[in-house]
Design a protein around this ligand. Structure first.
Ligand code: ADP
Length: 199
C-alpha cells in the first residue's frame, strides 16, 4: 500500500538531517519549504496571483518576487498576510501532492513529506502517518545558534513562536529523539521504518 509519511519537528530539531538520511536510503522526500519557494517563482501560478493581488511593486527589476518587500507588507497588515497565505498555501499543497504522485508513479511505495508546520497548519490530512523529530529545548537552542547567525534572543523568539515540541509528541505516530549523535538519530529512523515495513 502506498504510504505518505509526514516528517515534522521544530526549528533546528533535525528535520533536514533526517530528510537527507532518508533520501540517501532511497526514500523520496517532498520538501514543503522548497516547494513554498518554487510556487512563487516567476511563471508559476501562485506568482501570477500574487502580482495580480499585490501589484508590481512587489517585483524586482528582473520580475522575480521581492520577498523582503512582500514580507514588509504582510508584517504590517494581517489581512494582507491572510491574502498571501490564501494564494500560497493551496499552491503548495497542490504541488506537494503532485510531486508525491510522481514518486508513486515511478514505483516508490513510500513518500516522506517534510512539513515543518504540519500540526500548526493543520496539514495532517495530507499524510497517513507522522514522525516527530524531537529535541530538548536547550539542545535545540544550541544547534540553532550554531547553524544560523542569530542573537540568542532572536533564536529564542523563533523557537517560542512555534508550538512547543512537547505538545507535538502526543500528536505524532512516532517520536525520534534527536539529543544524541546523528548516528543515533539515523538508527532510530531505521527502527521506525522497519516497524512500518518500509525498509
Ligand atoms: P531542521 O531542518 O529541523 O531545522 P537541521 O537538520 O538543519 O534542523 O539541524 C539543525 C542543526 O543541528 C544543523 O546544523 C545540523 O547539522 C545539526 N544537527 C542535527 N542533528 C544533530 C545531531 N544529532 N548531532 C549534532 N548536530 C546535529
Amino acid at each position: 500500500m502506498e504510504l505518505i509519511i509526514g516528517l515534522t519537528g521544530g526549528i533546528a530539531s533535525g528535520k533536514s538531517t533526517a530528510s537527507q538520511y532518508l533520501i540517501n536510503k532511497g526514500i523520496p522526500v517532498v520538501d514543503a519549504d522548497k516547494i513554498a519557494r518554487l510556487v512563487v517563482e516567476k511563471g508559476m501560478p501562485a506568482y501570477e496571483s500574487i502580482v495580480a493581488a499585490f501589484g508590481e511593486e512587489v517585483l524586482d527589476r528582473d520580475l522575480s518576487l521581492n520577498r523582503s518587500r512582500l514580507g514588509d507588507i504582510i508584517f504590517q497588515d494581517a489581512s494582507k498576510r491572510e491574502l498571501l497565505n490564501s494564494i500560497v498555501h493551496p499552491a503548495v499543497r497542490t504541488e506537494m501532492k503532485r510531486q508525491a504522485e510522481e514518486h508513486f508513479l515511478a514505483g516508490n511505495m513510500s513518500v516522506v513529506m517534510d512539513i515543518p508546520l504540519l500540526f500548526e497548519s493543520r496539514l495532517t490530512h495530507m499524510v497517513d502517518r507522522t514522525i516527530l523529530i524531537y529535541v530538548p529545548q536547550d539542545i535545540q537552542l544550541q544547534r540553532l545558534l550554531a547553524r544560523d547567525s542569530l542573537k540568542e534572543e532572536q533564536a529564542k523568539a523563533r523557537i517560542s513562536s512555534q508550538m512547543p515540541l512537547e505538545e507535538k509528541i502526543n500528536l505524532s505516530d512516532a517520536v525520534v529523539k534527536n539529543d544524541g549523535s546523528k548516528e543515533d538519530l539515523y538508527q532510530q529512523l531505521d527502527r521506525v521504518l522497519t516497524e512500518w515495513n518500509i525498509l
